[in-house]
Design a protein around this ligand. Structure first.
Ligand code: AMP
Length: 249
């Protein structure tokens, strides 16, 4: 069973992002970039399926500029077998990425496609769902457990206040939630090995996909700063403020 995993290069989760002065977006100059954390979980899950003998090959794909090769190498250091870069400098919206992934599904015919539930830069939570619709495949989003039983995928999903287990016919699309697994650290030998693994490059034009944006960002603003605190002289004043000003008691 071939597994395809989508990995996005995003601003590292520990970076405090700055909004550009003209409000047109986030400043990416000299900012540390990393693999999207949910995609790292997706790669780990695919590699575990391979280690269990369930998957035969793990292919990772990233869409974006040439620097996404680094993201693919990170995924290959975790254990993916090969990478595909869909190279473009265009700003990619989830629908464009879903169309690119659909074109790759047509070429690669994976039985399982694993994506992150969301990219931590745009927080869209759309690509997996759009891909499932475009490829007409069953989907299980927010997965916290994935098993392949009798040729079907059994996926436990994190839903409000509990868990739901669904069974999907393969081929299928799964998106990962945080508790699915804890990704391993890539060891130095595996990082070295990953440098030699095959990495193919293609383009949206070669895949026949028009990635022209359909949305325009009107403005981007920083979150409001926290208001300064006040000191109160006694408990009675505190209680009065909580009651009358904050209205929380
Ligand atoms: P989003 O819908 O943007 O929140 O992204 C959800 C998931 O889609 C991510 O966790 C990735 O698995 C995948 N994805 C989104 N953008 C890209 C991209 N440019 N390249 C590869 N995978 C992507």
């Amino acid at each position: 069973m071939k597994v395809l995993v989508a990995v996005k290069r995003v601003v590292d989760a520990n970076v405090k992002v700055r909004v550009k002065a003209d409000g047109s977006g986030v400043d990416l100059a000299n900012v540390k970039m990393s693999i999207n954390p949910f995609d790292e979980i997706a790669v780990e899950e695919a590699v575990r399926l391979k280690e269990q003998g369930v998957a035969s090959e793990v292919v990772v794909v990233s869409c974006g500029p040439a620097a996404c090769q680094e993201t693919l190498r990170t995924a290959m250091a975790i254990g993916a077998d090969r990478g595909v870069l869909v190279e473009t400098d265009a700003a990619l919206e989830p629908l464009a990425v879903a169309k690119l992934l659909k074109a790759l599904i047509d070429k690669e015919a994976p039985q399982l496609v694993i994506l992150g539930k969301q990219a931590i830069d745009d927080d869209c939570n759309q690509t997996g769902q759009m891909l499932a619709a475009l490829a007409a495949r069953p989907q299980a989003t927010f997965a916290s457990q994935v098993e392949i039983v009798d040729g079907k995928a059994r996926v436990t999903r994190e839903i409000d206040g509990g868990l739901e287990t669904v069974q999907l016919a393969l081929p299928a699309i799964v998106t990962t939630d945080l508790r699915l697994n804890e990704p391993r650290y890539a060891t130095l030998p595996n990082i070295m090995k990953a440098k030699k693994k095959p990495l193919d490059t293609t383009t949206p034009a070669q895949l026949g996909v028009d990635v022209t944006p359909r949305l325009a960002t009107l403005r981007t603003v920083e979150p409001a700063g926290r208001a300064a605190g006040v000191k109160v002289p006694d408990v009675a004043t505190l209680v009065a403020k909580l009651k009358n000003e904050a209205k929380v008691i």
